[in-house]
Design a protein around this ligand. Structure first.
Ligand code: MN
Length: 271
């Protein structure tokens, strides 16, 4: 069991969100989601000190030596605006955007984090990550993740023509969606949820107050013990949720107010 004894210490107002899956399932729906995100980023810009993006921000991303994917221009320029306003951005790679390399770090000075990490936020012990491949079991998934994370394989993939590379990625993305289903996710119970299990394992040897993840596409606030809580950001496909931690270290789950508008009317039509 790993020991988490050297936290990254940060203080201020924190926002956490994950699983935007920009690019999915098609350009029209993704663009509508992107506009909602931009409105939300404008809102949080007023008081955020830190924005934590907990993975699967892009449905697929691949950086070539000299070229990056088309799209997401408005989203990325909004992130640039937040950076210029002095807001720090920490981006945890998810299983869909694990091939993010140094582009966003070089362009926008965004911190790219590839594994769950121990933080002290406003005096609270927090373990933060995307949340994929945690807990016992799920060996098939862990094997695929290991293959994709292997640098040589990334290098090989980079030699495919982008039309082929992105077609393969879209194929697998669709497959993973039909496997997980496009319907509402349901919490399977403390004994079955991999992240919850993982959190309980960590708690045996470590004092963590907040476990903060994405990946599950289900907004959650699960009380683990008297002192420890597991929060999940949810997603921006079904739930449009995010977490906010105030300067006293209190975390709350919010639903974006655009949500109800979004389901009755596409923001694209509104423009
Ligand atoms: Mn996801």
């Amino acid at each position: 069991m790993e020991c988490y004894n050297q936290p990254i210490v940060l203080n201020g107002t924190f926002y956490f969100a994950s699983d935007f899956h920009l690019g999915s399932p098609n350009e029209i729906e993704s663009k509508a989601r992107e506009l909602l995100l931009i409105k939300w980023l404008d809102e949080i810009k007023k008081d955020a000190s830190y924005l934590f993006l907990l993975g699967d921000i892009f449905d697929f991303w691949f950086e070539y030596h000299d070229v990056v994917p088309k799209g997401y221009y408005k989203f990325l320029t909004k992130l640039a605006e937040l950076r210029e306003a002095g807001i720090q951005i920490w981006w945890f790679t998810g299983n869909h955007d694990m091939w993010l390399k140094d582009y966003l770090h070089n362009e926008l000075n965004i911190n790219i984090i590839r594994k769950e990490t121990f933080f002290m936020l406003n005096g609270k012990h927090c373990l933060i990550g995307h949340g994929d491949g945690l807990g016992d079991g799920d060996f098939g998934y862990k094997l695929i993740k290991a293959i994709f994370a292997f640098r040589f394989n990334q290098w090989l993939y980079g030699w495919f023509h982008p039309r082929i590379a992105f077609a393969i990625a879209r194929f697998f993305s669709r497959k993973s969606r039909t496997m997980t289903g496009a319907g509402e996710e349901v919490y399977a119970g403390n004994d079955k949820e991999l992240i919850t299990q993982h959190a309980y394992n960590i708690l045996q040897h470590n004092n963590i107050e907040y476990f903060i993840y994405g990946h599950r596409h289900l907004p959650l606030e699960v009380k683990l013990t008297d002192k420890a809580t597991y929060f999940n950001c949810g997603d921006w496909i079904m739930h449009y949720t995010y977490l906010k931690m105030d300067i006293n270290g209190n975390i709350k789950l919010f639903t974006n107010p655009c949500y109800s508008k979004h389901i009755s009317q596409s923001p694209l039509e509104e423009e």
